[in-house]
Design a protein around this ligand. Sequence first.
Ligand SMILES: Cc1cc2nc3c(=O)[nH]c(=O)nc-3n(C[C@H](O)[C@H](O)[C@H](O)COP(=O)(O)OP(=O)(O)OC[C@H]3O[C@@H](n4cnc5c(N)ncnc54)[C@H](O)[C@@H]3O)c2cc1C
Length: 417
Amino acid sequence: MRFSGLRVLREGLTGNKGWKAHWRDPAPKPEYDIVIIGGGGHGLATAYYLAREHGLRNIAVLEKGYLGGGNIGRNTTIVRANYGLPGNSEFYSHSLKLWEGLEQDLNFNVMHSQRGVINLFHSDGQRDAYARRGNAMLNQGDDAILLDRGGVRKMLPYLDFDNGRFPVRGGLYHPRGGTARHDAVAWGYARGADMRGVDLIQNCEVTGIEVKNGAVTGVQTSRGAIRAKKVGIVVAGRSSQVAAMAGMRLPIESHVLQAFVTEGLKPVIDTVVTFGMGHFYISQSDKGGLVFGGDIDMYASYAARGNLPAVEHVMEAGMALMPMIGKARVLRSWGGIMDMSPDGSPIIDKTGIEGLYLNCGWCYGGFKAVPGSGHCFAHLMATGRPHEAAAGFRLDRFRTGFGIMDEEGTGAQHNLH
Ligand SMILES: Cc1cc2nc3c(=O)[nH]c(=O)nc-3n(C[C@H](O)[C@H](O)[C@H](O)COP(=O)(O)OP(=O)(O)OC[C@H]3O[C@@H](n4cnc5c(N)ncnc54)[C@H](O)[C@@H]3O)c2cc1C
């Protein structure tokens, strides 16, 4: 089923009777060439690119709940390529380029909106750090503009520029950054994978990973055993638990991250803004809700909801930056489970078990990574070689100490990245 303007017109005139379900609901087969555990953004994108780029068809995505019910449907939808360190820079640049052609590629409206991202700075030292980051972005071939206070004021006149503690001195503007509709990304990839023959199996929890003579042979699930030559673990906040089924202990901690949305308002914030002196960032959805969030709750947890101290911190930071936000009423808040790595950068790698592959460690920045991650993980699983854009995301860097990508400079502490 292809989407087009003509199709919408025809369906509109004929009672909308021709639309079909976006994907099938197949029963699991006893055996696949490749099994992907996890039907979030990364798992679905991996299956899509395995089929589209590598011509592989005998693939299943096993999802314990429903497609898009995890972090892919819970995030605050920011897409950007503004990283500073080699390893991350080329990967997120690669991912942003895939975003830019994604809707045409998937024939699906994911509402990708390049409305720009502005990271505010509040001191001379922070300005220098952002100038360095901007130069790294330009060197990578991405876009960055260092704005002074006047430049920011023109774009964001509603900020409290003269806040006594955190005056706004300027910002690093990334025009190609922006947002996309999170669950539409999951649906678009799901539909694209299904169209190419991938079985998307919902309500199918993986409960065990079978390993014989050092090689993976399949998985146990709530819907029976499934044999597979290759298995990819792509389960975000549940990575440690699923990897433990194969006897692996991962350098990952799971933490909760919360987000908030207000009632729908008239257009007021037309870009993404991040506060430089506390963890707070905000954008406005196409429905009008102000979508904002902050830092993780700072304790390890598998609960997809958080606590009041983190809520208070986010609200205080929002009020310090843009007091007008105090007039908006918060409609909902929710949480997701983050797979925090020690250096804040991800892992896309083989494991010590033949045929078992790992994709995790996205912390709270894995939405923008979805196209790049799926593309690079599919390349690794299909060819056995890392994609050049993701060659740095090795699992052994935490054992050897070589190739650590600590963007925040906070050291090996999961909750500080
Ligand atoms: C509040 C919040 C805000 C965020 N904001 C941003 C942002 O603005 N920009 C950004 O880039 N990133 C953001 N993120 C991070 C981003 O959402 C995640 O990094 C990313 O979605 C994780 O990858 P995923 O989509 O594959 O995860 P998920 O959607 O969580 O997919 C993993 C899937 O695995 C399934 N699973 C787990 N265990 C099993 C099992 N045993 N068997 C079968 N299936 C299993 C789960 O049910 C789940 O559906 C945010 C996250 C949250 C929670």
